[in-house]
Design a protein around this ligand. Sequence first.
Ligand SMILES: NC(=O)C1=CN([C@@H]2O[C@H](COP(=O)(O)OP(=O)(O)OC[C@H]3O[C@@H](n4cnc5c(N)ncnc54)[C@H](OP(=O)(O)O)[C@@H]3O)[C@@H](O)[C@H]2O)C=CC1
Ligand SMILES: O=C(CO)COP(=O)(O)O
Length: 329
Amino acid sequence: MPARFATIGVAGAGAWGTALANAAARAGRSVVLWGRDPQAIQAMRRSRANEAHLPGVELAAAVAPTADLADLGDCDAVLLVVPAQASREVAGALTHHLREGTPLVTCAKGIERGTELFMTQVLAQACPHAVPAILSGPSFAADVAAGLPTAVTLAARDAGLAEALAAALGSSSFRLYHSDDVRGVEIGGAAKNVLAIAAGIVGGRRLGASAGAALVARGFAELMRFGKAFGARAETLTGLSGLGDLILTCSTPQSRNYSLGLSLGRGEGLHPSGQLAEGALTAGVLVAMAGERGIDMPIAAAVEAVLAGRSDIEQAIGSLLARPQKAEA
Ligand SMILES: NC(=O)C1=CN([C@@H]2O[C@H](COP(=O)(O)OP(=O)(O)OC[C@H]3O[C@@H](n4cnc5c(N)ncnc54)[C@H](OP(=O)(O)O)[C@@H]3O)[C@@H](O)[C@H]2O)C=CC1
Ligand SMILES: O=C(CO)COP(=O)(O)O
């Protein structure tokens, strides 16, 4: 009998899509890796590498790059690995190609601006005949591509499907835990990026390791409040995709979100590199959703105010430190 999920499609040939394609190949799958730029795909075929997004990493032999979205049509499951704000567009294009019931696993971390929808909700609208799922957790593309040990969570409403997908994609170095708490997994990934910008600001301002730890703990309290208000389970929020990813991205300039905050904290302004920092795009919608529901998220709100230019760093830090002292909750 052929293995379940023998062929995996990856829609999005950036850093994370390329790393996940290699990880799926390492797990024994045949992989079709789609990217929108035919020239970049041609170069990838020739060099067996993705120098633009993931330099120095050789593409696994089982990965077939393509610029034709129709090539994903025969895949048994597809990972959607484009930025959060592009996910609706690409999922919509996939509707013309995917078979009924194909699992479509978002690997993006964000909330859609304008609609206030989480990633699997976007997929359900844009590609209604696919089955939405999500993969998220503490995992830098470069680490996964290098085969360093990483662990993430894969969630689907159907626990059996989540387990089967996790089994198909996992290997000894890329460990996948499974869950049916889809909402919890997508909230952790979206919120931690905003909080990582705050952690970077603390680092860039040289406020000290103690302030950094306080920021992570109080930021996590915000993530928990937001998650619980949207029905996420506490054990998910304290797991890999919540606390785990928050710790990772709040601790190193390897994170593009932390690095954006670092640059702001040093007074160098927004990233000159043009790298994707999802937290900058999620901050506004996250804070708006919290505000509509009366969820207290002062750190996320301070990040949003700085990014929107309504507050400078000193004002933002001052307003956080001036908050009344209260019971820890
Ligand atoms: N990098 C990482 O370590 C991790 C990233 N993630 C998440 O994965 C998602 C993608 O990030 P990442 O791969 O790092 O980002 P990159 O910037 O490396 O790559 C983004 C990719 O998406 C493509 N893309 C952008 N817009 C569109 C569009 N409208 N249609 C089709 N393709 C598009 C880009 O194409 P082009 O090259 O042509 O611009 C590029 O190939 C983000 O949500 C991120 O938070 C999650 C875990 C780890
Ligand atoms: O989500 C990530 C690691 O889990 C990647 O973080 P950055 O997007 O901040 O680089």
